[in-house]
Design a protein around this ligand. Structure first.
Ligand code: PLP
Length: 391
């Protein structure tokens, strides 16, 4: 081991601005970055507690919930997925996981590691689940909880959540939803739709830096937690203890961990940014930009991965890579020439698709035009557009 510090650390860190049009993180508004540059406060300082309260109130509105236990984890979306599973389920209990992309797999991995029994409800990548299929599966498996992904960012599928809550109630099962890649960009009503556990990530539609994850638990979910026979295996993700740090139920604040003060400042500002418009306006803007993007892609002769229009997630569009085109060459050219990020596929779409994100601050018509312009140039460079023009 060298006795000297790595030389690079002595050099200035220079980050050049890029337009992040992948499936997240998306760019932050300047006000959000500025909020993160504020002087630190102690994680239990009264001024910081006010900011935490603002964040709780903002998440409640974003999720459309009155749930008391509504907080932000100082951790990424994966931690929220884990918190969802390990709080409402104990080792030996059963969860049904709807799987039509990578996030179902990830949830199953997390649950299995905690000794939770997983019944996998396999769907088709590129298609959402029907309420009939869900009901049939729940009736057969009788799980304690059902887990589904609202916006499958690996495949670009939007899951319709309406009606699932009632089915879960019928089979006495908790309804948990991953809305990391959809919340804020599409209609979502936690209480009205009977969702028991809901979470999202800061770095997608909220356009805050990665590292915080809003999450909420219904009264039924909390009842299930209260009735556990064993302690939640993860101290860090035990949401009832965390709730005390967040003053849930007016409990005196309690030191659970040192909150990610700077990231919470940024999340507070991101919630302020999204609150300048109604949720309906945000949902509509995402839909309109999606339409413009899809029309532009069609003009370039490109095909979408998700066939059914209603199944297409406004926040992440998956585009089939045409035969003979090297996907990474195209994304590389876009970054190199135009500093625009477009991503490749993930899980079932890996090597087959590109993914374009339209999220929050980045979801604007000028950005749709920029990404289409850059993609067109890159496709010309690799000879694809000249090919289709000849046909
Ligand atoms: C649907 C979905 N769930 C969970 C995650 C995981 O979030 P994170 O990368 O913040 O841990 C992502 C990230 O892209 C996602 O899109």
């Amino acid at each position: 081991m060298s006795s000297n510090w790595p030389e690079n650390l002595g050099e200035a860190m220079i980050i050049k601005e890029k337009l992040l049009m992948g499936p997240g993180p998306s760019n932050c508004p300047p006000t959000v970055l500025k909020a993160a540059a504020n002087p630190l406060l102690g994680h239990l300082h009264p001024d910081f507690c006010v900011i935490m309260d603002d964040v709780k109130a903002g998440i409640k509105h974003l999720f459309q919930t009155e749930n008391e236990l509504t907080i932000a984890l100082c951790a990424s979306g994966h931690a929220a997925m884990e918190a969802t599973l390990v709080n409402v389920l104990e080792a030996g209990e059963k969860v049904v996981i709807a799987r039509n992309g990578i996030w179902g797999d990830r949830a199953a991995d997390i649950a299995s590691r905690a000794g939770i029994l997983v019944a996998m409800m396999n769907g088709n990548p590129g298609k959402s689940f029907s309420t009939e299929d869900i009901e049939e599966f729940l009736a057969k498996e009788k799980p304690k909880a059902f887990f589904i992904t609202h916006g499958e960012s690996s495949t670009g599928v939007l899951q319709n959540l309406k009606g699932i809550g009632a089915i879960c109630r019928k089979y006495n099962c908790l309804f948990s939803v991953d809305s990391v890649a959809a919340c804020g960009g599409v209609e979502l009503k936690m209480d009205e739709w009977g969702i028991d556990v809901l979470y999202t990530g800061s770095q997608k539609v909220l356009s805050a830096p990665p590292g915080t994850a809003p999450i909420s638990f219904s009264a039924q979910a909390r009842e299930a937690i209260k009735n556990r026979k064993t302690a939640v295996q993860s101290y860090y993700l035990d949401v009832e203890i965390l709730g005390r740090y967040w003053n849930v139920d007016n409990q005196p604040r309690f030191y659970h961990h040192t909150g990610a003060v700077t990231n919470i400042f940024a999340l507070r500002e991101a919630l302020s940014f999204i609150s300048s418009k109604t949720l309906e306006q945000s949902w509509k803007r995402h839909k309109n930009c999606q339409k413009k993007l899809h029309e532009g892609l069609k003009e370039l002769g490109l095909e979408l991965f998700v066939e059914n229009e209603d199944d297409r997630l406004p926040c992440v569009t998956t585009i089939k890579v045409p035969g003979g085109v090297e996907w990474a060459k195209v994304t590389g050219l876009m970054m190199q020439n135009d500093t625009i990020e477009m991503a490749g596929g993930l899980g079932p779409t890996a090597g087959k698709c590109w993914r374009i994100g339209l999220m929050g601050y980045n979801c604007t018509e000028p950005n749709v035009e920029k990404v289409l312009w850059s993609l067109k140039k890159a496709l010309e460079s690799v000879g694809y557009l000249s090919q289709i023009e000849t046909f």
